[in-house]
Ligand binder design. Structure first.
Ligand SMILES: Cc1cc2nc3c(=O)[nH]c(=O)nc-3n(C[C@H](O)[C@H](O)[C@H](O)COP(=O)(O)O)c2cc1C
Length: 352
């Protein structure tokens, strides 16, 4: 089945190289030489979608459907259980088409019965399909992925997207768990964030450009170069985050993702207003190249380093990190100005 072959190709091609990091270099914390607290006072707790999580990290949507995907999902679910991180499964469309594929998703709930787990489906799905995907893994929420460029770059991809906004509206109206709208590496702009919020989503995962690059993966699959200079299409993660924060005005929870797997970058994303940061390509790479133990150690290292950054920035909680000064320079500052967002609102804030 072509969809199953593609799933495995995506896995192998995305781990060819170490995943890229998004560029957070325009964002600068201001060192605080008088934090006046102990490292043990620093909390990574975060609250979103009506729950409190012990860490602002989560494992983002990756896979399902094949035998390889089942083994990967079982391992990732075990990592999520041992580290207490929420986890999203990959698109469940394959299991809605073939019930045999359900096992590769159900394994996630079996391995991690009490964890926070999110279902995943495309915006082409009907509310009935989404409900089935949610029930399949007793999901605590569902990600609806938005991946138009990926489909366009895929030789066998879709080219019909009419009605997607109305379908998202029907999904949010007809589902009894929170709906997270999510890009897959091309970012979300302020205008579309407003449409998504109006459509009833409870969270937006920006899925910006800078990490996993689907045009590059699709080009490797087809053996054809991306034409038209389109290989860099998309909104960088930092800029998408700034745009979505601006659009949301506190009405929805915001997740940073797209090349976010180093502590300093994640701390900057949280400081901008994200309540959590998702990682997909990187945990897959670590799991398949270095093993489960190395991935768990890396997650613990990110969390430890996050605490160090918070200490040095003078914040004991994520809420405080969102009140510490963040100086935005360069291309990001210029973009903000052109879009009517004042970078000094971040630079001039303080907890005093
Ligand atoms: C092998 C692979 C498969 C993916 N499959 C899905 C999917 O089924 N559904 C989805 O919403 N996102 C999928 N993604 C996208 C990720 O969830 C994420 O949005 C994207 O990779 C950007 O994050 P990253 O830079 O941390 O990888 C996939 C990513 C990879 C690497």
């Amino acid at each position: 089945m072509p969809r199953l072959v593609r799933k495995n190709e995506h896995i192998y091609l995305s781990i060819c190289r170490k995943p890229k990091r998004a560029d957070f270099s325009d964002l600068n914390f201001v060192h605080n030489c008088l934090p006046d607290r102990d490292l043990s006072d620093i909390s990574l707790k975060t609250s979103y979608l009506g729950r409190t999580e012990r860490s602002p990290l989560f494992i983002n949507a990756l896979t399902g459907g094949t035998g390889l995907a089942l083994r990967i999902n079982a391992s990732l679910a075990d990592v999520a259980r041992l580290t207490g991180l929420p986890m999203a499964v990959g698109s469940q469309m394959v299991a809605l088409e073939r019930s045999k594929a359900e096992a590769s998703f159900k394994v996630v709930r079996r391995v991690n019965p009490d964890g926070t787990i999110w279902a995943n489906i495309g915006s082409y799905a009907s509310p009935g399909m989404v409900q089935k995907a949610v029930r399949m893994i007793r999901a605590d929420g569902v990600q609806v992925h938005l991946n138009v460029p990926q489909e366009l770059f895929m030789t066998e991809g879709d080219s019909r997207f009419r009605g997607m906004i109305e379908r998202i509206r029907q999904i949010t109206a007809g589902i009894n768990v929170p709906v997270i709208a999510k890009e897959v590496g091309f970012g979300i702009a302020r205008e579309q964030a407003r449409v998504l919020i109006k459509s009833g989503v409870e969270a937006i995962d920006v899925g910006g450009r800078g990490g996993t690059n689907f045009p590059a993966i699709e080009s490797m699959r087809s053996g054809k170069r991306i034409s038209g200079g389109l290989e860099k299409w998309g909104i960088p993660t930092v800029i998408s985050l700034i745009e979505v924060v601006d659009a949301a005005e506190g009405r929805v929870d915001i997740f940073a993702s797209g090349g976010t797997y180093e502590a300093l970058d994640i701390a900057k994303a949280l400081s901008l207003g994200a309540c959590a940061a998702g990682m997909a390509g990187y945990p897959l790479y670590m799991l398949l190249k270095k093993g489960k133990k190395a991935l768990i150690n890396k997650i613990r290292t990110i969390e430890r380093d996050l605490r160090l950054v918070m200490m040095m920035a003078g914040a004991s909680s994520i809420a405080e990190l969102q009140q510490t000064p963040l100086v935005i320079t360069g291309f990001t500052a210029e973009w903000m100005q052109r879009r009517g967002i004042d970078p000094s609102i971040y630079a001039e804030r303080s907890m005093l």
